[in-house]
Ligand binder design. Structure first.
Ligand SMILES: [Zn+2]
Length: 252
């Protein structure tokens, strides 16, 4: 018998009544768990085993894997479901977690980041684009892809007015130092400060910064490219998120 606190990342039905769920635990990586009788409407485990639910799971090991004995919800992010884009973004976060978390590893910080992002997504306290960038950059840093945010790699300037940040090299160079061969995403100092904040601050403070809309767009582009390049993987949920955002972008 095993008790773990975990967030449901994916679910897939098996047969008429049962389903498999993948949960992100704090200590044991991602576990696949069989939930019996999930299809029954009276199922007590219903809401606690839903997608993105954070619950305490009691499990036992069956012949082919873990089977759910009992479960109690800790936090259900009900209001996530009010928004198609929020659900799509949460699915992208899930896919990234599932792709990168190693089994049996301690994932406390990753679980915390994921839960915080779900919380703010559900509460609509911050723009989705900001939450997406925070998740992408902090997740990259937690997995060892830490951008070098200290200073210009050529002259050592701490806060140049404009700079070029290379996604591939994970470091930056001020515009004045950059030769014509230099490439990277051009950003003002404010965006560099936001990147520093996201990768260096304590977890409870990473959401507390503000950026002008134009700067937020640059941060978004940088964060998305940075994760995609270093994880070397195309996430289908990201394509889906973009597709559901498109009609909304066109309205604006
Ligand atoms: Zn420089």
């Amino acid at each position: 018998m095993l008790t773990v606190k975990g967030v449901v990342l994916t679910q897939k039905p098996v047969g008429e009544q049962d389903k498999f769920i993948d949960i992100l635990t704090d200590e044991l990586g991602v576990l696949e768990v069989l939930v019996k009788g999930a299809g029954k409407i009276s199922s007590k485990s219903g809401c606690a085993t839903q997608l993105f639910a954070y619950s305490a799971f009691c499990l036992h090991r069956g012949k082919r894997g873990y089977i759910l004995d009992s479960v109690s919800p800790i936090r259900i992010f009900y209001s996530l479901r009010d928004s198609l884009t929020a659900v799509a973004l949460a699915s992208y976060f899930s896919q990234v977690v599932q792709f990168s978390v190693l089994p049996q590893a301690s994932n406390r910080e990753i679980q915390r980041l994921f839960l915080n992002c779900l919380h703010f997504l559900a509460e609509k306290q911050y723009p989705e684009s900001m939450l997406k960038s925070i998740f992408e950059l902090r997740m990259s840093a937690l997995l060892g892809f830490m951008p070098d945010v200290v200073m210009c790699r050529s002259c050592g300037a701490y806060l140049p007015e404009t700079l070029l940040f290379s996604v591939e090299e994970g470091s930056f160079c001020c515009k004045a130092c950059a030769g014509s061969a230099e490439n990277g995403i051009e950003m003002p100092a404010a965006v560099l400060q936001a990147v520093r904040h996201i990768v260096l601050q304590d977890m409870e403070r990473i959401f507390s910064f503000r950026l002008h809309e134009d700067c937020m767009k640059i941060l978004c582009m940088f964060a998305e490219q940075f994760l995609q390049y270093h994880f070397d993987h195309r996430f289908s949920a990201l394509d889906y998120y973009r597709a559901v955002c498109r009609p909304l972008d066109e309205q604006n």
